[in-house]
Design a protein around this ligand. Structure first.
Ligand code: UD1
Ligand code: CA
Length: 436
């Protein structure tokens, strides 16, 4: 290593092939933006600086790039123009400039290390041997094995299209001369863009060779240009995450139907039933069971708890050890103490339930008054009966008993029985006659 390193992420493209109002690099892959994957790979290299190039109006991209510097490419005139836009942010820097594409999310630090080594004092481009190279720039090498030129698909003739070695989109370039070479790029091509891929020709004139560096899993070096590309990479990542979970001691009843996020943390001896989706921010502790068709995001499930089938845990949920959350129960921003039972058809939002509370079928917390969310607390061992409505803010004391069908609007002290419903009348012999 030795030489200083600066990294530039090109993330200003319109991503027109995605047909999306959202910038391409912000589309999620396993629960986080493409850009976040790229930044994580770069962080592993501990560079002196990271610059993200965003398009005009790229506030969302800038937010996702935080805390790194953001350069704006005023006109989206190609990958060469994008790197040129980063030059002011590289002022005073002397060393290797690593350029990566914001839409190639699975590029690995090991590949980038190899690329830096391949470049040495000169330049290098990451290349991949793809069985189906369609859509990528083809790398043409000269007799020395250096890059002679890179031909974009739209300009390639039949012979060039047959080349399987493609530009995977990562470059190492020497900072000295970069400004001059970039200003030599012209948009005289089919796309009318300034192509970064024209750089090797200009560098060669100054005696700087570009080495092709073929490393890494070619599938993982694919870029995201279309929704189909995104789906293909999602499948690849899901496969990896499932393998990792199982290697870590998790039972997946039907791995192909378990959907994980990049940060899903499943402890050993967790069991996951078929068709379960984990959004970002989920932790499940040892021995807990997530049953079929459950959906979790931003939730913690503690040791030995059982969730589902058909449960929904929304952000801010904490299910205590040994608790039981059953079918058609939705929980949001709520803590359930150890041993709580919410077995069927319930909604619990903005609430704290002490240990061993029983929250019966059909009971709900009415946490929203149309303007504001309010808090509910339920003390240890309390029993909330079937179809009860707890109108927040409200407090139910430890060991209290809320009768079925009650609408509770006032605090229920510890140990009290609260009944809040119409009294039953029984009229003997007055049942209307029914057909046999
Ligand atoms: C580019 C390469 C191609 C390579 C492929 C690898 C060029 C000319 N082509 O093609 O050789 O095989 O990547 O995946 O470099 N961007 C900007 N500003 C722009 C245009 C693009 O910042 O004006 C950014 C995009 O946000 C994207 C990246 O550069 O993250 C690549 O742009 P894209 O249009 O997807 O290039 P490709 O056609 O995939
Ligand atoms: Ca691309």
């Amino acid at each position: 290593m030795g030489r200083d390193l600066a990294c530039v992420v090109l993330a200003a493209g319109r991503g027109s092939r995605m047909r999306s109002a959202r910038p391409k690099v912000l589309h999620p892959l396993a629960g986080r933006p493409l850009l976040a994957w790229v930044l994580e790979a770069l962080e592993a290299l501990a560079p002196a600086r990271i610059v993200v190039v965003a398009g005009p109006g790229g506030e969302d991209v800038a937010a996702a790039a935080h805390p790194y510097a953001v350069a704006t490419q005023p006109v989206q005139d190609g990958t060469g123009g994008a790197l040129a836009a980063a030059l002011p942010s590289l002022a005073g820097f002397d060393g290797q400039v690593l350029v990566v594409m914001g839409d190639v999310p699975l590029v690995e630090p090991a590949c980038l290390h190899a690329l830096l080594d391949a470049a040495g004092e000169g330049a290098a481009v990451l290349a991949a041997d793809l069985p189906d190279p369609a859509g990528y720039g083809r790398v043409i090498v000269n007799t020395n094995g250096d890059v002679e030129r890179i031909v974009e698909e739209r300009e390639a003739n039949a012979a060039q299209r047959a080349v399987r070695l493609v530009n995977a989109g990562a470059w190492v370039l020497p900072s000295q001369g970069l400004g001059r070479w970039l200003s030599a790029l012209t948009p005289d091509n089919a796309a009318g863009e300034r192509y970064l891929t024209d750089l090797p020709g200009h560098m060669a004139q100054d005696g700087v060779a570009t080495r092709p560096c073929v490393v890494g899993d070619p599938m993982a070096l694919r870029g995201v240009n279309t929704r189909a590309d995104l789906a293909a990479l999602e499948a690849l990542v899901q496969g990896r995450l499932r393998e990792k979970a199982m290697a870590g001691g998790v039972t997946l009843a039907d791995p192909g139907t378990t959907y994980l996020s990049w940060d899903t943390a499943l402890a050993p001896d967790v069991t996951v039933g078929p068709c379960v989706a984990f959004g970002p921010g989920v932790r499940v502790d040892e021995g807990a069971e997530i049953r079929a068709f459950s959906h979790l995001e931003g939730a913690t499930v503690e040791t030995g708890a059982v969730v589902g089938p058909f449960a929904r845990l929304r952000p801010g949920t904490r299910v205590g050890a040994g608790a039981r959350v059953g079918n058609f129960v939705e929980i949001k921003a709520a803590t359930l103490g150890a041993g709580v039972k919410a077995g069927h058809l319930a909604y619990i939002g903005d609430a704290i339930l002490g240990p061993c509370v029983n929250f019966s079928a059909g009971a709900v917390v009415a946490n929203y008054d149309g303007r504001t969310k309010h808090k509910t607390t339920i003390g240890q061992g309390a029993m909330v009966g079937t179809n009860a409505v707890l109108v927040a803010p409200v407090e139910i004391g430890a060991g209290a008993f809320v009768a079925a069908g009650s609408v509770i609007t006032k605090a229920v002290p510890a140990g009290a029985l609260a009944v809040a419903r119409g009294r039953q009348e029984v009229k003997p012999g007055r049942a209307p006659p029914r057909e046999p």
